[in-house]
Design a protein around this ligand. Structure first.
Ligand SMILES: Cc1cc2nc3c(=O)[nH]c(=O)nc-3n(C[C@H](O)[C@H](O)[C@H](O)COP(=O)(O)OP(=O)(O)OC[C@H]3O[C@@H](n4cnc5c(N)ncnc54)[C@H](O)[C@@H]3O)c2cc1C
Length: 529
């Protein structure tokens, strides 16, 4: 399939080889070699690191001549690490002893979904080593486990407690390139030489080093800083958002057509606000696949994909949602992003070479947004002004912003930013995964959020709906438009018998699944919890 996303040839080769081998191994496990670890999906590469570091401009914006390789070393040597977060590598681990897996699944920077065994049949495989004592105890514990299940029908989650930590597990594991380099470096220092995790770490490093070769080389062996001339802020922020720095190419990855149609299409909001999607990872389906790793074989046939996604979101099983990511570029007034949006720490973001530039454009509200202070909500707005007063206020805002701009023009870069108001526009990029995106949107689409930030959140929400429409709809149904009752409110509803005859009209429940109907009846005290 063709994609407008950045294509890494090294990552493509790995995805192709691994997915073909995985298909064969699952089709006939008796004939095909078991897989250990491989790349199943990715986002970004060296090209997106350059793009993010220069917020879409590319290296031509610097007047100096230097090699691409030297630029990557400069980023790392200067501590500019955020652009490396635009590269995300998603691996599938299939034959990992539980004890070895713990090195991977508890790293705070990874997105992971494991066969927990809580919902599924555990793997029958165990790691075998050339050691008779170990082999004996493994066989014995597996035999006792089978006995407890077959002869006593013991709950599986209890029987499992006697299984060896050498029992195999499988998991989907995603990490951005910056954290991956930190992870590999740390594990190599920490692990004893004979730890089995080394084999897996070597394999993921060999994949990372071809998926983003310049980035990986610089992250693992930081070189020297360059002496670079940065353009003035206006030259960075004021231009329209840039088109792709690359042309469409074939990809082995799943393609989301609605996103492909939207990529690098600049949407307008506020007076000078701009928003465009520039990359994505995964889809609704990728989240379903990650979830099924933990829901196991037994449940695959029972649930439709959409129903499974809705179930996950309704019950806050959110880790599979981290397998769907969008990357965006934007122009926003400084008071909006980074000042408010930037508080959402779980969305990676960055600006030109990690400094926040303020351009020459200043946000002026439209007359229908120019309102008096609300008397009850200290962060809200109330009455409109007459046209005449509104014009006077806008003129005053324009006048002071011009003085600020003129003053800034006579100052050096960094000091000039202090002369400007927080209404001047900035230019940044962000990556959101579907889980953190939903959390962000719940707060910033809400009527309590500043109107201007809501306009930006609406752009993010539009992209969310294009990328993962089923997840976005479930977010609307189970988060955005959901209200919780406190214990006291619920008691009041039940005690006051607002439900006529204490029964619900079944016809009003037509849109709910059987499970949801029962949950509602429990909440209203019509069924025992
Ligand atoms: C209407 C509105 C008004 C606001 N007013 C103010 C205000 O007056 N003053 C103000 O300072 N802020 C204000 N905020 C910002 C708000 O407090 C949050 O900082 C912001 O919305 C980010 O939310 P978050 O922490 O859930 O997001 P994220 O930072 O993305 O965090 C997501 C989740 O991860 C957890 N998390 C992330 N990083 C860490 C960490 N390092 N340690 C522990 N847990 C972590 C968070 O607790 C949260 O549960 C306002 C926000 C809104 C929507």
């Amino acid at each position: 399939m063709l994609t407008k996303r950045y294509v890494s040839s090294g990552a493509e080769d790995n995805v192709k080889i691994f997915n073909e081998a995985a298909f064969q191994a699952f089709a006939d496990p008796s004939k095909n070699k078991p897989l250990k670890v491989g790349l199943t999906d990715y986002m970004g590469g060296d090209g997106t690191v350059i793009r993010a570091a220069t917020v879409g401009h590319g290296l031509d914006i610097f007047p100096e001549k230097f090699s691409v390789e030297a630029f990557f070393h400069h980023l790392v040597a200067s501590g500019i690490e955020k652009p490396f977060r635009t590269v995300q590598l998603k691996f599938l681990f299939t034959q990992v002893p539980i004890y070895t897996a713990l090195q991977f699944v508890y790293d705070p920077a990874c997105s992971v979904n494991e066969i927990s065994g809580r919902y599924s049949v555990l793997s029958d495989n165990q790691e075998t080593l050339q050691n008779d004592l170990l082999t004996d105890v493994s066989r014995l514990s597996r035999a006792r486990y089978d006995h407890l299940l077959e002869d006593h029908n013991l709950a599986r989650e209890l029987a499992r407690t006697i299984l060896g930590t050498n029992t195999h597990t499988s998991f989907v594991w995603k990490m951005n390139l910056f954290e991956l380099a930190r992870f590999v470096t740390h594990q190599r220092k920490f692990l004893r030489p004979n730890n089995l995790a080394h084999e897996f770490i070597n394999q993921i490093e060999s994949i990372a080093s071809v998926a983003a070769p310049y980035s990986w080389s610089a992250l693992m062996n930081p070189g020297k800083k360059l002496s670079l001339t940065y353009p003035r802020d206006e030259a960075i922020v004021d231009p329209e958002l840039s088109p792709a720095l690359w042309s469409p190419q074939e990809t082995e990855r799943e393609v989301v057509t609605a996103m492909e149609d939207d990529l690098f299409h600049s949407h307008h909001f506020l007076d000078n606000g701009r928003f465009q999607t520039v990359d994505y990872l995964g889809s609704d389906q990728a989240v379903v696949s990650a979830a099924r790793i933990s829901y196991g074989q037994g449940t695959i046939k029972k649930r439709e994909s959409a129903a499974l996604l809705r179930y996950l979101i309704r019950n806050a099983h959110t880790s599979p949602l981290e397998m769907a990511v969008i990357a965006v570029e934007e122009k926003n007034p400084f008071f909006s992003d980074p000042r408010q949006v930037g508080r959402h720490r779980t969305a990676a973001w960055g600006s030109f070479m990690d400094e926040v530039q303020l351009g020459s454009q200043f946000y002026l509200p439209s007359k229908d947004q120019l309102r008096q202070q609300d008397t009850t909500n200290r962060q809200g707005r109330a009455e409109l002004y007459s046209d005449e007063v509104a014009s006077d206020i806008l003129k005053a805002m324009q006048a002071i912003s011009k003085i600020q701009k003129d003053t800034a023009n006579n100052l050096s870069h960094e000091i000039s930013r202090l002369a400007k108001g927080v209404g001047f526009y900035t230019r940044t990029w962000r990556t959101f995964d579907a889980n953190n995106n939903a959390r962000f949107l719940a707060l910033r689409l809400d009527e309590h959020a500043q109107w201007e930030v809501r306009q930006y959140a609406q752009q993010v929400f539009n992209a969310f709906r294009l990328h993962t429409p089923v997840i976005a709809q479930a977010f609307v149904d189970y988060t955005l438009e959901t209200m919780c009752f406190s214990r006291l409110e619920r008691k009041a509803i039940v005690d006051s018998r607002v439900l006529e005859g204490n029964v619900l009209d079944e016809s009003s429940l037509a849109n709910l699944s059987e499970r949801e109907k029962n949950e509602l009846k429990k909440k209203l005290g019509l069924l025992k919890p």
